[in-house]
Design a protein around this ligand. Structure first.
Ligand code: KIV
Ligand code: ZN
Length: 378
């Protein structure tokens, strides 16, 4: 696969890693609706499911392959022939199919999950990639638990699967274990020590067990990864995956730090899509969640409200319009000051003279019942 080195490929796994969370299951028509929105959002790859895991997942991969035209549709497998055969069958209508196959790479997984040896795991990895390649050109390999894998062995595994035909190599921090500098160094090491690394895209797949998924994905990009695997609202296994909206906004806000690297993401869809995924999956978004949380653009202390009303950039690094919100919220609380109250009264059409405004402010500050009435009015 020819790839553009200035493009950050956004691989959305909301419908696979996100959907495997208990209580988040979607019907096939719901998945189609979200996939069409993801296509409009500008993601490059949609991971549509794990076809061998259930008839429902199989059916969803078939349906998404038929429903989506421009985006790559990806199906997950383990490193065995049957999983890959089933995935290839599910992908047969996809205009741009990708098989995502892989196996554990840490000694922990090799010993306690597969009861195997490094040599045997390497053979299985290569055989899986070759088998997937007999069906599709675009094969992604994941080295599960790469975050805890021995670096030299990981490099050997990556070199072997690229030689076998992998076009994307996914280095998952499956357990959300790494620190950003460790994960970044891992990507750098692969970039510098895997002889055929230029023939593949390095992908970051980070989990949020220590709250570092986004930071780790950014460290990966800074060290040469050109694909990031993420989900809407950061949903996913346990503490979740990297949040798509966070990565995209970091790239936008800090564009000078990323040179000419860009993605196709239209951030103005974030609020809409976050709410839709949250409602459909029954998964509330924490109010203080970056970018899409209810309070992400709400200013509530008097000092911030005053500074914001004087010049919004005093307290705003992202314009709410850029994520699809109409405007920031100035919330009236016990700590709100004169500027916030004046702002709200003027929005309601009340332009009070200085003295009257002072009376209104006193009423707001000192009489809790009146404060409630003000807040209800605004
Ligand atoms: O977290 C992980 O390692 C995964 C792989 C299956 C890609 O989700
Ligand atoms: Zn994962």
């Amino acid at each position: 696969m020819l790839h553009d080195p200035n493009h950050l490929y956004i691989f959305d796994t909301t419908l696979r890693d996100g959907e495997q969370v208990p209580g988040c299951q979607l019907t096939t028509p719901e998945k189609i609706e979200i996939a069409k929105d993801l296509e409009k959002l500008g993601v490059d790859i949609i991971e549509a499911g794990f076809p061998v895991s259930s008839p429902g997942d199989f059916q969803s991969v078939v349906a998404l392959s038929q429903a989506v035209n421009d985006v790559i549709i990806c199906a997950l497998t383990r490193a065995n022939q049957n999983d890959i055969d089933v995935a290839a069958e599910a992908l047969k209508y996809a205009k741009r199919p990708r098989i995502h196959t892989g196996i554990g790479s840490s000694d922990m997984h090799i010993k306690y999950k597969f009861n195997s040896t490094r040599e045997e795991i390497l053979e299985r990895a290569v055989a899986a990639v070759k088998h997937a390649k007999s069906y599709v050109e675009d094969v992604e390999f994941y080295a599960e638990d790469a975050g805890r894998a021995d670096l030299e062995f990981l490099a050997k595994m990556i070199e072997s699967v690229i030689a076998a035909g992998a076009t994307v190599v996914n280095i998952p921090d499956t357990n959300g274990y790494c620190l950003p500098d460790q994960y970044g160094a891992k990507i750098k090491y692969l970039k510098e020590n895997v002889r055929n690394i230029d023939q593949a895209i390095i992908s970051a797949h980070c989990h949020n067990d220590l709250g570092l998924a986004t930071a780790n994905s950014i460290a990966a990009i800074q060290n040469g990864a050109r694909q990031v695997e993420c989900t809407i609202n950061g949903i996913g296994e346990r503490a979740g995956n990297t949040s798509l909206e966070e990565v995209a906004m970091i790239l936008k806000v800090h564009n000078q730090s990323f040179g000419s690297l860009t993605s196709n993401i239209d951030s103005r869809m974030f609020t809409y899509l976050s709410r839709k995924v949250s409602e459909m999956m029954n998964m509330p978004v924490q109010p203080n969640k970056a970018i899409v949380g209810r309070n992400a653009f709400a200013h509530s202390s008097g000092i911030h409200q005053d500074g914001f009303l004087k010049h919004r950039e005093n307290y705003e690094i992202i314009r709410p319009e850029d994520v699809g919100l109409d405007e920031a919220d100035i919330i009236l609380t016990a700590r709100s000051g004169r500027h916030a109250l004046k702002h709200h009264l003027e929005r309601l059409g009340f332009h009070l003279e200085k003295m009257i405004l002072q009376i209104a402010i006193n009423a707001f500050w000192f009489w809790p019942t009146k404060r409630k009435i003000f807040v209800m009015m605004t």
